[in-house]
Design a protein around this ligand. Structure first.
Ligand code: ADP
Ligand code: SF4
Ligand code: MG
Length: 336
């Protein structure tokens, strides 16, 4: 990876108190993100993607505690910063686009009021300058009539327009890192494609990095330079997109996910995307010994069911598996 490093997550482990007892939804997670790079974090629902993304903003649900690790972001360890410093960083240096824009936007305030608040709390721009920035930002997010949109309340906009507003808000302060958590999942397929195209354009903006979180490999393929595959709280494979999608994932879970894609289609959550993989993600409070994927893995043997795998490969291209699959894919899989 030639890009200068922006983010380095080292052995991040998050423990969460739940009714079933303590779970570890994020376990020894390590990865890096270069300046201007887009990395796709992919895995089934419940694998720990959102909690990993929120950790990068220093946001943790009640009952969560960091049991270990570091998050080095632009020279600072986020886990040791006071809340006041984290609040400054949020928006200014790191921002997040959520899956459901309607719940992330305030329903009783116009788009303009909500965007104005971002600039007022983080900059000393004049009223007029802020007004201009809002219109420019909405236009850059692909909203052709920014004035009307800025005067609208969220419920007056379509789902796709709301997501564009969320993206404009996330980009308002020109952050170094944008985390997009399933930004297309709640949208119709055509609108989802437009939002993916917008995100792909964002990645071309100099210096801006994107962590793109999705359960759908076809979406990840469209926008990501690299792929992080997550299963039951762990990253289990890290690979350049080109290798991951042309030669094929080395982790059997990645192979199964890729095989579960419908031919040539782009999916939404409503279409039960990952049902083609047999079995279920094990509950986090009752993980099997050895490899967590073993109960669903066609390559599993007694080593897998008894012993935790170790990393195979080096930084940027590695797999957490006893028996990685190195056979080439039968046929190249093209983006939907
Ligand atoms: N606030 C919470 N309270 C209890 N459990 C949670 C909470 N948030 C997430 N979890 C659990 O942590 C695991 C990982 O969640 P999450 O990061 O949301 O996964 P993903 O985004 O990959 O679907 C899941 O098993 C989920 O049920
Ligand atoms: S370690 Fe074994 S069970 Fe786990 S993914 Fe690899 S081959 Fe499958
Ligand atoms: Mg999630």
């Amino acid at each position: 990876m030639a890009a200068e490093r922006l983010l380095k997550v080292e052995n991040l482990t998050l423990v969460l108190k739940t009714r079933e007892g303590e779970i570890v939804p994020v376990r020894e997670v390590s990865f890096t993100l270069g300046k201007g790079e887009t990395v796709g974090l992919v895995g089934e629902s419940g694998s720990g993607k959102t909690l990993t993304g929120l950790s990068l903003l220093g946001l943790f649900p009640p009952g969560a505690r960091i049991a270990g690790g570091k998050i080095l972001f632009d020279g600072e360890d986020l886990l040791t910063l006071p809340e006041s410093r984290l609040q400054t960083l949020r928006g200014q240096k790191v921002s997040m686009v959520f899956q459901e824009p309607q719940s992330a936007l305030n329903p009783v305030l116009t788009v303009e009021t909500q965007m104005r608040e971002i600039y007022q709390s983080h900059t000393s721009l004049s009223r007029e300058e802020i007004g201009q920035r809002i219109l420019d930002g909405l236009r850059a997010a692909g909203l052709p009539d920014p004035l009307t949109v800025s005067r609208s309340y969220p419920h007056q906009l379509s789902g796709g327009m709301r997501q564009r507003v969320m993206i404009a808000m996330a980009l308002a302060l020109d952050p170094l890192l944008v985390i997009a958590d399933e930004p297309t999942t709640a949208l119709d397929p055509t609108v989802a494609l437009q939002i993916l195209a917008l995100l792909a354009r964002i990645r071309q903006r100099s210096g801006q990095s994107l962590l793109f979180i999705s359960h759908d490999l076809s979406h990840v393929r469209r926008v990501s330079d690299r792929v992080l595959l997550m299963y039951a709280g762990r990253i289990v494979e890290e690979a350049p997109s080109a290798r991951f999608f042309s030669h094929g994932p080395r982790h059997p879970y990645g192979r199964a996910l890729l095989a579960s894609r419908p031919e040539g289609g782009i999916r939404t959550r409503r279409e039960a995307p990952l049902s083609a993989i047999g079995g279920q993600v094990p509950p986090l409070w009752d993980l099997p010994p050895g490899c967590s994927f073993a109960p669903r893995c066609s390559r599993a043997d007694s080593l897998c069911t008894s012993t935790l795998p170790s990393w195979n490969g080096g930084e940027g291209e590695r797999v957490f598996c006893h028996h990685p699959d190195d056979s080439p894919l039968g046929a190249p899989v093209h983006a939907a």
